[in-house]
Design a protein around this ligand. Structure first.
Ligand code: BES
Ligand code: MN
Ligand code: MN
Length: 475
């Protein structure tokens, strides 16, 4: 009984501390958000350094005894740690300080790097509107503030390491090298990431799967120069006509991908596993209404939840060529381009799928054009089991702060580095995401609920506590 009372007092002290300091927490996050750390655009390179330094400073202030900017061939990785006792378990927190480009900028209601709190239907307590508010500055910053909360209220119960990178949105190429070269430095018992979502503010969930990715760019070349579409039209292959025809052929009438071998390794779930997806609260009507679409669209034989989590996909992300200026110009462009992403599921290897795509795409091109396929980044899918100690510790944390157990949900997005962590560091990753699908990450008017930000800060210390206890009991 005595033990329970002491625990209760410590916890309420943390909640009180968050309540007292929430205004400052938000202001500190705003300062970080104001730095436009766009990794995809080299014009913003100096801001990447500023953002990395700001994260390092925040880690030091929160309580890390060692913080450093680790140089890479690209943008620096911020490392921080506080080791209190080598015999205790170690949590490694991963996040990213880079953000997506804000384009199209005209569609933002307020400037993307000037955070503002406004209410929405699902965020009556207010949401922070800004690029990176949810993905991932707001979610990453919860972990820095959670460290402060623990340090100011009795101290951390185990060791902690932070690894915050600046190239997640462009494929984490240099992080891979860093992880492979620093396995001792990064040694840990569990990896903790908040860079995903949850079902709703009153339906907590934990991400138990991520899709992998193959990303390619294609270039179709026809005649050696742009041509008058009257003088040459009808007599030569028009690269844009050909490209769209080739792209259209990549799906069949059941919306399945037509690349030979694409589904060969795909993990097929049994009916018991598929039945579990029906338990996940989901309203097709709300989903359609939120997107202003009359109907969903996708692979025959699978539900919307399945289509966006356990099934592989192929999507054009951008397509261009020819004249797109004002008015009409009569021209057959010499070249046409597209960027294509394929989301992969467990057992599909990114390298294999990229190769299958390349071979197929080249093979379907008619005479009269040439095809160039350039692979971009790739990554493998990830799955974890909800019976594991990592999930169970997280589940207990949510029970304390949300009053109910989180639902395990497989997500459709990708964090390619997670599969690599498992391979190189031999530890499991817990994906404690606090964003909502409606938070518009990567889109104009991205936002992150103030409730979600504060709830995250409150829930994280409970994970440290439960993980430490459960890990020690299991040794
Ligand atoms: N945080 C996202 C991934 C995410 C979001 C996963 C929501 C699950 C739910 C991450 O920053 C991201 O955008 N990843 C990219 C992949 C990367 C290789 C560019 C993605 O999923 O498109
Ligand atoms: Mn992210
Ligand atoms: Mn992202």
């Amino acid at each position: 009984m005595r033990y329970i009372r002491i625990q209760f007092n410590i916890m309420s002290a943390q909640a009180t501390y968050i309540e007292k300091n929430k205004k400052r927490f938000l202001e500190e996050l705003f300062s970080l958000i104001r730095i436009p750390s766009i990794s995809a655009d080299s014009n913003y390179a100096s801001y990447m350094q500023t953002a990395a330094q700001a994260v390092a400073d925040a880690l030091t202030i929160a309580g890390c005894t060692l913080t450093e900017l680790c140089p890479t061939a690209g943008y620096p990785i911020v490392y921080g740690e506080k080791i209190i006792d080598p015999s205790l378990p170690t949590v490694l927190v991963y996040g990213h300080y880079d953000v997506q480009p804000p384009d199209p900028i005209d569609l933002w209601d307020t400037p993307p790097f000037e955070p503002e709190i406004r209410t929405t239907d699902v965020h009556p307590e207010g949401a922070i509107f800004a690029r990176g508010a949810c993905d991932d500055k707001g979610q990453m910053f919860m972990h820095i503030k959670a460290l402060e909360v623990m340090e100011q209220n009795g101290g951390i119960p185990c060791n902690v390491k932070f690894m915050i990178e600046g190239e997640e949105e462009v494929g984490s190429d240099n992080l891979e090298t860093f992880v492979r070269e620093n396995t001792d430095k990064l040694a840990n018992d569990v990896i903790l990431i908040s860079d995903t979502g949850m079902l709703a503010n009153d339906i907590p969930s934990i991400t138990t799967g991520l899709r992998g990715m193959s990303y390619v760019e294609v270039e179709i070349t026809g005649p050696n120069r742009d041509l008058h579409s009257g003088l040459y039209g009808g007599a030569v292959a028009n690269p844009i006509n050909i490209l769209t025809k080739m792209v259209a052929s990549l799906h069949d009438e059941n919306n399945r991908v037509t690349i030979p071998g694409f589904y060969d390794k795909v993990e097929e779930l049994n009916s018991a596993e598929r039945k579990q997806f029906k338990q996940i609260p989901f309203s097709l009507e709300n989903y359609q209404n939120a997107l202003d679409i009359e109907s969903v669209y996708g692979e025959k034989g699978y539900s919307t939840i399945e289509r966006k989590s356990i099934r592989p996909t192929l999507d054009v992300n951008g397509i261009w060529g020819g004249y797109i200026g004002e008015g009409a110009k009569t021209v057959i462009a010499s070249k046409a381009y597209a960027k294509i992403s394929m989301r992969l599921v467990p057992n599909q290897k990114s390298e294999v799928i990229t190769k299958l795509f390349m071979d197929h795409f080249v093979s379907i091109a008619p005479k009269g054009v040439t095809v160039k396929v350039t692979p971009h980044h790739g990554g493998e899918a990830y799955v974890m089991h909800p019976d594991g100690l990592e999930f169970q510790a997280a589940s207990k944390a949510y029970v304390e702060t949300f009053g109910k157990a989180p639902i395990p949900v497989r997500d459709g997005g990708s964090i390619p580095i997670v599969a690599l962590f498992e391979e190189t560091l031999q530890s499991k990753t817990v994906l404690m995401g606090f964003g909502l699908d409606s938070d518009a990450i990567h889109s104009p008017n991205e936002h992150f609920g103030v409730f979600n930000f504060l709830k995250g800060i409150e829930t994280i210390p409970h994970f440290y506590k439960h993980f430490t206890t459960m890990h020690q009991a299991s040794q």
